[in-house]
Design a protein around this ligand. Structure first.
Ligand code: RFL
Ligand code: PHB
Length: 392
């Protein structure tokens, strides 16, 4: 088999890249380790920046998002017993975010890919990347007992943090920057009406909490928990009780609880691998970088990498220009490090750190008080939350 671009991973990065390339007449095949059902069962991101919304529109998959997604023009910070609104719309000159689940983005992209008759190999086992630093790159994989091979011009590594693409790069050619946080997020999805119309990020002595949503009848809540915590020890009742304790009294009073339909613990990490290009291999999305979820940046960064990568490939095939390819890594990283900084800062501001003691909480309270009281500080926060412009 032969294709122009072999894409590893059918998460949002791989699927979006596939659509953008297809729209430009560039042939591609996606290899995914899991089944389509498994990919759709993962509950992850919920907040899309305008830039991501625009890209989904551009590839023609925005209709359901505009119909079912919720446009938010602000969110709240809860601390010291009360809630303070950050007015994104006003502080950024009219920008907003879209609350629409990653599962739905993935489903819309899968449907569009199938409708266009594009090839996706699900349950591709033991994918291997070959000769990406040479002249004849190819990928091989196992499927129903036999080994297959795809020759290609380029390989796009969109296979997430645990994927094979970054792991195939010789250690001497890559630098990893990493910070692992001493806690995780315990998340619950439930078919209950969200506690408020907008998201609430709560700083509390007992730990961070987040009230989010997927629709007017489906809520997504998270609480900070120690990494040693076991899911089996968290009954729904324990989760709701702990969440309620970490919210301001008015929000706690309004919380409607019900049975969980999904419950999981996610570790928190800041991670960047540099560079993001190795000859004919490009890393994009979580394969190259991870942010802690506090700023809702992960999926949005994956989308912005894909925008740069598709542009580079379109320039290469259309104008025989290497420029976009040569600049890919530096262009992506400039945006990535700013999102890394914001996500680290917001995480540090909102969570309990085991070693920070009483003074840590006092300093956070002072910063939060300053943040909501200063238009300049609120503007910095809002500008980062809605997403920095592409070439900032
Ligand atoms: P993904 O989604 O991990 O997809 C990678 C795909 O590659 C496949 N794969 C392989 N395929 C073939 N061969 C191999 N050897 C392979 N190894 C792996 C995997 O099966 C998978 O299908 O990466 P991608 O596409 O880069 O997308 C990134 C996003 O998924 C991620 O950044 C976000 O989910 C992060 N995130 C959030 N991002 C936001 O922008 N806004 C949010 O509100 C937000 N909330 C979150 C989040 C992530 C969370 N968790 C669970 C880490 C909330 C949470 C709790
Ligand atoms: C979510 O709804 O899953 C979500 C929302 C905002 C975040 C992180 C996760 O910052």
């Amino acid at each position: 088999m032969r294709t122009q671009v072999a894409i590893i991973g059918a998460g949002p990065a791989g699927l979006l890249l596939g659509q953008m390339l297809h729209q430009a007449g560039i042939d591609n095949i996606i290899l995914e380790r899991q089944s389509a059902e498994h990919v759709l069962s993962r509950i992850r991101a919920g907040v899309l920046e305008q830039i991501t919304v625009d890209l989904l529109d551009q590839v023609g998959v925005g209709a359901r998002m505009h119909h079912e997604g919720l446009v938010h023009d602000g969110f709240a910070l809860s601390f010291g017993g009360s809630k303070h609104r950050i007015d994104l719309h006003q502080l950024t000159g009219g920008k907003t975010v879209m609350v629409y689940g990653q599962t739905e983005v993935t489903r819309d992209l899968m449907v569009a890919r199938a409708a266009a008759g594009l090839s996706t190999v699900y349950e591709a086992a033991d994918v291997e990347l070959h000769d990406f630093d040479g002249t004849q790159p190819c990928v091989s994989y196992g499927r129903i007992g036999s080994r297959q091979r795809i020759d290609c011009d380029f390989i796009a590594g969109c296979d997430g943090y645990h994927g094979v693409s970054r792991a195939s790069v010789p250690a001497a050619a890559i630098t990893n920057y990493e910070k692992v946080y001493p806690f995780g997020w315990l998340g619950v999805l439930s078919d209950t009406p969200p506690v408020a119309e907008e998201l609430i990020y709560s700083n509390h002595e007992r730990g961070f909490a987040l009230c989010s949503m997927r629709s007017p009848s489906r809520s997504r809540y998270y609480i900070q928990c120690p990494l040693t915590e076991k899911l089996a020890d968290w009954s729904d009742q324990n989760f709701w009780d702990e969440l309620r304790r970490r919210l301001d009294p008015a929000t706690a009073e309004a919380l409607i609880t019900g049975p969980s339909i999904e419950k999981s613990i996610a570790p928190l990490r800041s991670f960047v691998a540099e560079p993001m290009r190795f000859g004919k291999l490009f890393l994009a999305g979580d394969a190259a970088h991870i942010v802690p979820p506090t700023g809702a940046k992960g999926l949005n960064l994956a989308a912005s990498d894909v925008r740069y990568l598709s542009q580079a490939m379109i320039e290469f095939y259309g104008e025989r220009s290497q420029a976009g390819i040569d600049h890919y890594s530096a262009r992506c990283l400039r945006r990535i490090w700013k999102a890394e900084r914001f996500s680290w800062w917001f995480t540090s501001l909102m969570h309990r750190f085991p070693d920070d003691g009483l003074i840590g909480h006092k300093l956070q309270s002072a910063e939060l008080d300053y943040l909501v009281g200063s238009r300049a500080a609120s503007t910095v926060m809002a500008e980062n939350y809605v997403g920095l412009p592409f070439d900032a």
